[in-house]
Ligand binder design. Structure first.
Ligand code: M6R
Length: 357
């Protein structure tokens, strides 16, 4: 039940710190160490390549998962949109493991790929919020998101839970291979949960941003580089899905190859800056759009922040920033939809689980 909340989406955004803390408890052994079913970890480490297959928000979590798996567990990863994979299958590696990410576990596009890869004899892991769901039953292994029911059509807490589970899987896989990982993931996720608490308390600021930038606009651009690029894709999807504002996420450096032509006087451009190695370049991209009249809103991370930033998120581990930086984007989308009189929890033309191909 949504209790005192006006919408499920807002309740589910607020539940995110709790979900992260719950996941830390669920994926921990008696000694308090991070632990995941050994069979699953073995399947991951035996694969020569991981193929993450998903749709929508779950696909965006998969992109962040690639970053985590490749950096921490040193396993090459490809991330595919399920509906594309079905009809345009890439050349597969010798020993692939398929990872299906799905909040509902019922998405038909993802299931179609699972059926096909099973026929080909490939192993599969489903990461889902729903125990006993179709994708969970049909895959070899399952990891649960423990996020509690997600009712709002716009996915929020499932996205952050998916990334947290992928981070834990990457860390455990690295450790099982005897690799020295200089990150205490449990501790870092605890820091993330605290940062999320702070971010959930920033509703008033996010409402202001939504009012100021998005009250009447026809479109909005989101830009980021490196992992921030993956998060802005998600920020743009959230905004378009519930507020019907045409929103696009772009890699900062790619704008000049065409899209910058769309910038007009007053076009809102929301930029994420949480990564040190691209901090100056994303800011360069912001200058490029400002020179064409854009109205910039920079959301940066503590330690990398600069004078004109509109909002600064608390510092978290650089590989885990999506868990924090997505929260303001979710809230901005929520308030933009609210102010524009949209049905936040049940946007037009959409269903919570898409069970047709
Ligand atoms: O249940 P799934 O995670 O498989 O659903 C995938 C997408 O349909 C879903 O994430 C969709 O993009 C959301 N409505 C986005 O908020």
């Amino acid at each position: 039940e949504k209790g005192t909340y006006p919408h499920y989406m807002l309740k589910e955004i607020d539940e995110q710190p709790l979900v992260i803390r719950r996941l830390i408890e669920k994926y921990r052994n008696e000694q308090g160490e991070l632990a995941i079913d050994e069979e699953i970890v073995q399947a991951v480490n035996e694969a020569d390549r991981l193929y993450i297959v998903a749709c929508g928000t779950s696909y965006h979590a998969g992109l962040v998962g690639k970053q985590l798996m490749e950096n921490w567990a040193k396993i090459p990863v490809e991330v595919h949109i399920a509906s594309e994979f079905s009809y345009n299958m890439p050349l597969l590696s010798e020993k692939p493991l398929f990872i299906y990410i799905s909040q509902s576990g019922e998405t038909a596009d993802s299931r179609a790929v699972l059926v096909r890869t099973k026929e080909l004899g490939h192993k599969s892991l489903t990461i889902t919020n729903v125990p006993g769901s179709t994708l969970s039953r049909e895959a070899d292994y399952t990891l649960l998101l423990h996020a509690g029911p997600e009712i709002a059509v716009a996915s929020t807490k499932a996205y952050t839970a998916q990334i947290a589970v992928l981070a834990m899987l990457a860390a455990v896989a690295a450790k099982a291979k005897g690799m020295a990982l200089d990150v205490d993931v449990t501790k870092e996720l605890g820091i993330v949960a605290n940062a999320m608490d702070t971010l959930c308390d920033a509703k008033h600021e996010m409402e202001q941003i939504a009012r100021e930038y998005l009250a009447t606009t026809r479109n909005c651009f989101f830009i980021g580089r490196a992992v921030d690029y993956y998060v802005v894709l998600e920020g743009a999807l959230k905004l378009k899905e519930i507020s019907y504002i045409q929103a696009e996420g772009f890699a900062g450096g790619e704008l000049k190859h065409g899209t910058i032509a769309l910038i007009e006087n007053g076009t809102p451009v929301i930029a994420l800056a949480t990564q040190e190695h691209v901090n100056l370049s994303i800011r360069g991209n912001v200058k490029e759009v400002v020179a064409r009249g854009a109205n910039p809103c920079i959301i940066s991370m503590k330690g990398l922040d600069m004078e004109d930033d509109r909002f600064v998120i608390p510092a978290v581990h650089p590989m885990l920033t999506p868990l924090a930086s997505v929260v303001p984007l979710q809230l901005i989308a929520y308030y933009a939809a609210l102010h524009r009189g949209c049905d936040v929890d049940k946007p037009r033309n959409l269903a919570k689980s898409v069970t047709v191909e």
